[in-house]
Design a binder for this molecule. Sequence first.
Ligand code: ATP
Length: 230
Amino acid sequence: MNYAVDVRDVRVCIASRPVLDGVELRVASGEVVAIEGASGAGKSTLLHTVAGLIRPSSGSVEIAGRRIDKLNDRRRSALRLRMIGSVFQFGELLPEFNVIENVELPLRLLGHGRTHSRARAKELLEEVGIDDLAERGLSEVSGGQMQRAAIARALAHEPHVLLADEPTGSLDEDAAETVLKLLIDASHRHGAGLIVVTHHHDVARQCDRTLQLVHGTLKGRTDANEAVVT
Ligand SMILES: Nc1ncnc2c1ncn2[C@@H]1O[C@H](COP(=O)(O)OP(=O)(O)OP(=O)(O)O)[C@@H](O)[C@H]1O
């Protein structure tokens, strides 16, 4: 049985100190999981480990049934580009490109043609409600609009997994609520497993499950809801 994300007994040390120790986490396709935890608890480290940016010293990390932690750098990057979409607080959008060019970028990197990529990016900008801003530069849109563009970009290549690190951290309450709802709806609609790190309790309440990262391990229901496992 394949999960979107399957983390087993993962240990990660940073500067010789164990930050994650015995982490278990299964996320089904279309499931939304919130991770809470004190500052410095290791939440970003966990997301980076799931994304294959940090290699665990023991344990395993599977993305849609593939061991990302076992791959060499080139294959890990390729798997990440194909299977994972990320939304981080300060975005991964590139300031030298306008909104729609940023959304197209993952598709262009995956070798899709210009016409297809542009059409798909337009659809996604409509889905997140900023199609009228497609040609604006990033300095000409608000923080909330930028996060919407980041969500559209993260969804462009239909990833199996969405990772969001404090996606609403810099937004006011209304904008944060809208952005989070978009992310959750998109994950359900596109069937992507979403892991969202947040300090906001009201954000966590809107997710299917909430887990706490404490002393290097996840507390709460770490297993996916089997009914939605693909
Ligand atoms: N490059 C690094 N060198 C040394 N220690 C690091 C490094 N990166 C992270 N750490 C340490 O690892 C621990 C986990 O950091 P991490 O960023 O994952 O926590 P977090 O829960 O995401 O924190 P926050 O909520 O403040 O963003 C922290 O104690 C941090 O100081």
